[in-house]
Design a protein around this ligand. Structure first.
Ligand code: KG4
Ligand code: ZN
Length: 385
């Protein structure tokens, strides 16, 4: 499926250097949030609605077919509500931005097809957006200073990425997970502890009362890899950590003491996961020589993680992040990334797909130069998120 649209639909709407930037509608349906937002020409949020699907709670995880069906049921209502909040009529819209990849393919297709039909009917451009690029644009919605250069730590249910962003549109992949994403690990550990889906916020809350030292969990690929020459140096792995929690939980469950140990297990797991995230981010900061760091994606809603990052970066460092509402999947970040992509549509995601690299992503040039970790494939995207 091609991107469709094109900039031929420009009318008397707000433009910048000939490029439409607002009011723009952003649509997000890649996973289990149906969201729409309307942004003004300066990137200000005029309306934002996020519908989090609760149908998955029954199953303790996302059921792709149900996600797609629920998006279809809600999308018109969600967009109408966002337009209503913004007091913007459909015919006043300048463009429609939509998440085209990566994600659950059925879920993506609902949002993309819906947005494409809208754009076609209104005669305005359709701007396909990469979901992880949208997460990079989350913090700038609330803080105009959250712009490159920065090292980005993107942490969600489907991704764990360390990216050097010298300018918008140039994304050099420093590290990524070899197996589970960190959000996925939070969710799976949550399930092991009998917590509702999604496990991330539940674990964070439970961990506040727990002793992180009571159970010692591994810090995968943190201790072992010590130099940039080591291919593990900037990468992550969370499946072993999840297994370690599972192996600790099993005997506790058997002897009936799991309930009283849950908060300590949550604290121990969170501490280990955050140690790895912070440790690897610091490695990237030192290697790149930039102390401006952006943390994005659903897991960046975790205050414990953000506090640790701020502390690790010290007084010379700066951490950019979103409020929890904009850290999770939402249409505003999609609209904001769409404003950026409006003048380079040919470089947008061209296909609706479960997996696709962020447009403009390459191997980290620094590591190529130093002969360190070596060439990397562009940011790959795991199916399912
Ligand atoms: O970005 P996001 O909303 O959706 C994806 O693109 O995947 O991220 C969702 C993930 C889930 O795994 C959820 O458990 C995690 O973000 N999450 C958290 C917290 N809030 C959401 N993880 C840890 N602590 C939190 N407070
Ligand atoms: Zn996301």
């Amino acid at each position: 499926m091609d991107a469709g649209g094109g900039l031929s639909g420009l009318g008397a709407r707000s433009t910048f250097g000939g490029i439409v930037i607002g009011p723009i509608l952003g649509v997000e349906t890649s996973c289990d949030e149906t969201s729409a937002a309307v942004l003004g020409p300066g990137g200000e949020i005029l309306g934002l609605v996020i519908h989090s699907q609760d149908v998955h709670h029954v199953y303790g995880g996302i059921v792709p077919e149900l996600a797609a069906r629920d998006h279809l049921r809600r999308i018109t209502l969600v967009v109408d509500a966002a337009l209503g909040q913004a007091d913007v009529k459909r015919k006043e819209l300048a463009a429609v931005a939509v998440t085209a990849a990566p994600g659950l393919i059925g879920a993506l297709l609902v949002g993309y097809t819906w947005a494409r039909a809208q754009a076609f009917g209104l005669g305005i451009p359709l701007i396909p957006v990469h979901h992880m690029e949208a997460h990079l644009f989350g913090p700038v919605l609330e803080n105009p200073e959250a712009v490159p250069p920065f090292v980005a730590l993107l942490v969600s249910g489907g991704h764990t990425l360390l990216v050097w962003v010298p300018v918008w549109g140039r994304y050099e992949l420093i590290g990524e997970t070899r197996d589970d994403a960190v959000g996925e690990a939070f969710d799976k550990v949550g399930k092991l502890l009998g917590l509702p889906y999604p496990g991330g916020p539940e674990i964070e809350a439970l961990a506040r009362q727990g002793d992180p030292l009571r159970f010692a969990f591994p810090r995968p690929m943190l201790k072992r890899s010590q130099s940039e020459d080591d291919p593990d140096f900037f990468d992550f792995s969370f499946s072993g950590l999840k297994t370690a929690v599972a192996q600790t939980v099993a005997p506790l469950e058997e002897n009936g003491t799991l309930e009283s140990e849950r908060m300590h297990l949550a604290a121990g797991f969170q501490e280990a996961a955050v140690d790895v995230l912070v440790g690897k981010t610091l490695r990237a900061v030192r290697a790149v020589g930039c102390t401006r760091v952006l943390v994005g994606g659903g897991v960046s809603a975790n205050k414990f993680l953000r506090d640790r990052l701020v502390h690790a970066l010290g007084r010379d460092g700066t951490l950019f992040y979103s409020s929890p509402r904009l850290a999770m999947d939402n249409g505003a970040m999609v609209a904001r990334a769409g404003q950026f992509r409006a003048d380079r549509l040919q470089e947008s995601v061209q296909e609706v797909s479960a997996r696709a690299p962020i447009p403009g992503s390459t191997a980290w040039q620094g590591s190529l130069r130093s002969g360190g970790a070596g060439p990397r494939r562009p940011t790959s995207i795991k199916e399912g998120h």
